[in-house]
Design a protein around this ligand. Sequence first.
Ligand code: SF4
Ligand code: SF4
Length: 99
Amino acid sequence: MDEETIVYALPNRTTPGNPVLFDEAICDGCNRCLTVCLEDVFIPNPQKGKPPLILHPDECWYCGPCVDDCPLPGAIRLNHPLQQRVRWKRKDSGGHFRV
Ligand code: SF4
Ligand code: SF4
């Protein structure tokens, strides 16, 4: 009898990061952001009128259509990881700033 090779396929562990932040006071749960996200980061919230749920945070590319296509300004915003928040330094004053 041949030896069997058992292969286990496990998903990556999800990090606790949130690629986007919702403002529940503004979002009406229209799911437009969910529809335009090419990475399927979100799933619909089972509670009608609530923001989508973030199911795959590590799949986010920070490409932005979810924010750009949201009809309610302020309902969703990108939440870049710290290492992506580059600080720039002015040559003349030495002051730091972000774009
Ligand atoms: S964040 Fe904007 S696009 Fe997404 S469900 Fe809320 S209102 Fe709709
Ligand atoms: S930034 Fe891009 S990949 Fe990330 S949730 Fe929005 S649309 Fe999806």
